[in-house]
Design a protein around this ligand. Structure first.
Ligand code: FAD
Length: 493
């Protein structure tokens, strides 16, 4: 069997490594940092534990499928939990909306709180499901290779039903055509941020995300999302995958147009027959293939990065009874907020704030009588408007807004603080411009522009992870690993 090297130990890498090792490939993983998981890491300090990046797991069947591929049961490794309320929403006029995991309770809440009719909510969710049914197979579950991907029966069905995938309207336009209450529209527009996009620009096809969260469900695990990283790492080790941490790869070794190995330092070069990159695509062409003139790389570099994030990890005294595990405090003018993030590229004046408290589910994540608050706002990707002063000013806008919504004095209760800025995201995971989901989906052709999992220019070079097909987010990077492993099994026997 061929020897495979993977650059990076993010979730996409772990999925690729497990699938290849389960088929008998010899896999070595090189990771720049000291632990596996990449963006799905954790901070453990002063009695507090925080997930550093992802907080919500969707499409858990993708994870289950990965354990199956290794001959294992997910439930023997991770306790997947579905909170009763997926997310609690706070609106500026004091309206509180609970997005229940139970569909009939959710619809009831929409009737009572937003005054929607049950029929219109059901009709809308049916519309989201139809888009998922028509697109998931082509755009998520299989390798996407442009025109040739359309020569299948399923693809034919999608082509025939092209209008139903609603790529001609923006998410906001589509959502406004279903509902009159601006609060319902804001709720459903929010799902554009699940892949770092702007609902006022992104095609309505992205309304599949609502189907994923409301029909398939929103989950977490006992022990937080980092539990997934740790458990996948352990499974990979059990299958014989070798990891080298604190080992940044300096360059990919090429012989002509064939990937042949890795340069680890001036003294150390390792030869392999297959190279898989889990690092960011732009970074890879710039830093790891500095002497290769790639037209795919040049094309990819012209794509708009997804949004970034500013996160505060706050250890907070007291337990707040108004908050659930996942909470959103909405801005008063959503269109203005996205205009600032994506067009003016500044931190929003009035941000929508996400608060995730894993302790509400995993009781050991904070000392008794206190909570671990992961507080995140969407941020533009790195540009000259993003300065230390603007980040510091944002911190106080966040605190003020939380205080006025929850009627507390947060500043007095913070006993631990760490933060993650777009600059930290770029520095710690190599994601160019600090983007958290690779490229944005702000136009209807974005799904076609993600980087393929197999290089068309360099033999034996593959890409998995959030900046490659099918995109960012836990389930998609795990699928990216599956597609990449399958391509390697097909082409690198
Ligand atoms: C704040 C935040 C919140 C998020 N929330 C969610 C959420 O709720 N739900 C969800 O599904 N997704 C969420 N995401 C997105 C999700 O975390 C990512 O899509 C996913 O974890 C990315 O996985 P990846 O395989 O692309 O690898 P990454 O996590 O990007 O890891 C890449 C790894 O490669 C390593 N590396 C890079 N260059 C080198 C080199 N030269 N040599 C060796 N190693 C190298 C890096 O150190 C890193 O460990 C969030 C992300 C962030 C940042």
């Amino acid at each position: 069997m061929k020897k495979v090297a993977i650059i990076g130990a993010g979730l996409g890498s772990l999925a690729t490594a497990i699938r290849l090792a389960a088929e008998g490939y010899k896999v070595d993983v090189y990771e720049a940092s000291d632990s596996p998981g990449g963006k799905a890491g954790q901070i453990k300090e002063d009695g507090f534990r925080f997930d550093t990046g992802p907080s919500l797991l969707t499409m858990p069947f993708v994870l289950r499928d990965l354990y199956k591929a290794a001959g294992e049961e997910l439930s023997d490794h991770i306790n997947i939990i579905q909170p009763e309320i997926i997310c609690r929403y706070f609106y500026p006029d004091t309206t509180v909306f609970n997005a229940y995991a139970d569909l009939s309770k959710l619809i009831n809440e929409m009737i009572t709180v937003f005054g929607e009719s049950g029929a219109s909510v059901k009709g809308y969710l049916g519309y989201c499901k139809k888009i998922y049914d028509l697109t998931a197979d082509i755009f998520l579950f299989n390798s996407f290779s442009g025109a040739s991907s359309f020569f299948s029966l399923k693809a034919l069905k999608t082509l025939i039903n092209l209008r139903s995938i609603d790529s001609g309207r923006t998410m906001h336009e589509a959502n406004s055509s279903f509902f009159k209450n601006p609060k319902t529209i804001q709720l459903f527009d929010r799902y554009a941020t699940y892949n770092g996009s702007n609902p006022y620009q992104a095609p309505a096809t992205l309304n599949i995300i609502q189907h994923v969260e409301y029909y398939i469900g929103g989950f977490t695990t006992d022990g937080g999302i980092n539990k997934i990283s740790k458990s996948l790492f352990e499974l990979a080790v059990k299958l014989g995958v070798k990891f080298r941490f604190n080992t940044p790869v300096k360059e990919i070794l090429l012989e002509g147009k064939i990937a042949r190995g890795l340069v680890l330092s001036e003294q150390e070069t390792k030869r392999y027959q297959v190279i898989v990159v889990n690092a960011d695509v732009n970074y890879t062409y710039k830093k790891l293939l500095p002497n290769f003139s790639s037209s795919a790389g040049k094309k990819y570099a012209t794509q708009e990065p997804s949004s970034s994030a500013l996160v505060y990890y706050w250890g907070v005294k007291n337990e707040n009874q108004k908050l659930e595990a996942h909470n959103i405090i909405f801005s008063a003018n959503y269109e203005r907020e996205f205009q600032e993030i994506f067009v003016e590229k500044t931190l929003p004046t009035d941000p929508t704030i996400y608060i995730y408290i894993s302790k509400k589910i995993s009781y050991l994540d904070a000392p008794m009588g206190s909570e671990n608050w992961f507080v995140m706002v969407n941020s533009p990707y790195i540009n000259e408007n993003l300065t230390e002063d603007s980040i510091e000013a944002m911190k106080w806008r966040i605190i003020d807004k939380i205080n006025s919504t929850l009627k507390i004095n947060l500043g007095e209760n913070i006993v631990f603080e760490k933060r993650l800025t777009p600059f930290d995201i770029e520095a710690t995971t190599s994601s160019s411009f600090g983007s958290i989901y690779g490229i944005s989906s702000n136009n209807k052709f974005s799904a076609f522009k993600r980087h393929p999992n197999k290089s068309k220019e360099i033999k034996s070079l593959y890409f998995c992870g959030g900046s490659a097909h099918p995109g960012g987010g836990i389930p998609l990077v795990l699928l990216s690993g599956k597609i990449t492993a399958e391509l390697i099994m097909k082409h690198e026997k």
